[in-house]
Design a protein around this ligand. Sequence first.
Ligand SMILES: N=C(N)NCCCCNCCCN
Ligand SMILES: [Mn+2]
Ligand SMILES: [Mn+2]
Length: 306
Amino acid sequence: MTSTLPTTTTIDFLGSEIVPEYETAKVVILPIPYEATTSYRKGCENGPEAMLEASHQLECYDEELDREICFDAGIFTHAPIADTRHGKTVSDAEMLRVTQETLQSLIEQKKFVISIGGEHSITEGVVQGYRQVYQECFTVVQIDAHGDLRHEYQDTIHSHACVMRRVVNMGLPTVQVGIRAICQEEADLIKEKNLTVFRAREMAFNLDWIEKAIASIPTEKVFLTIDVDGIDPSLIPGVGTPEPGGLNWYSTLTFLRRLFESKDVIGCDVMELAPVVDSVVSEFTVAKLTYKLIGYQTVAKGWIKD
Ligand SMILES: N=C(N)NCCCCNCCCN
Ligand SMILES: [Mn+2]
Ligand SMILES: [Mn+2]
């Protein structure tokens, strides 16, 4: 009997010909095509697959780092988890559980995981995975247009608009970068808790922000969460809630390189890509951003092969 159920085949980051054995891979790409609470334009559940497909067009050679980084690091692409595509329902509790458990197991196996969303609420589960493994405190560095600091939004505390509030409530320090859309409740919380926020308006004309942001991170260990709407929508128009005035490409890369070389980045996620029909700009840019993260980490950790 042939099944009519949709099958999930995994598309490998960069293409199957470069995929190493799981055991030897330092890096695992974890697709999390989950979408439930997005409030404006939909489609971020299709982000991971679009990014993986676009990654086949990347050059393996990183011209900045002067290496074919993928052969140094070894990049393994995991099967998707918490998949809401094709009308499947996954509750927030189930998404958080499977995300936390998958992360915990990959981190225990010493993998450097880059989780690919999917909506930003997933980051709560991702960060919980790190908390299970790391006794030591770490800072969550967020690139985003939005504060995501609301207690609750549209009747759920697990909305993508609340994810950093969940992180703050875990007691972890945060550094928020590129912020340019917050509500009164968030502005009040930032003042009350004296949260560290680098606002896009202040960053726009002054590259000083990069060193200031690095210096403001209170711990050696860092988890990096990138909501791709933090980058300017002229570079990544495929997001659910676009906001003008975002980070440009080279200041983003300069910040990320500094972050990886000066801190111990224990993991990262790249969230909220919602592909636009008939344009590949967003998914290609997100694929390239992801490969840059791998490159910076590979150099920082000395995974370079002779
Ligand atoms: N993380 C996000 N993408 N957050 C988006 C929140 C959108 C809130 N719009 C509120 C408009 C009501 N005045
Ligand atoms: Mn955002
Ligand atoms: Mn966000």
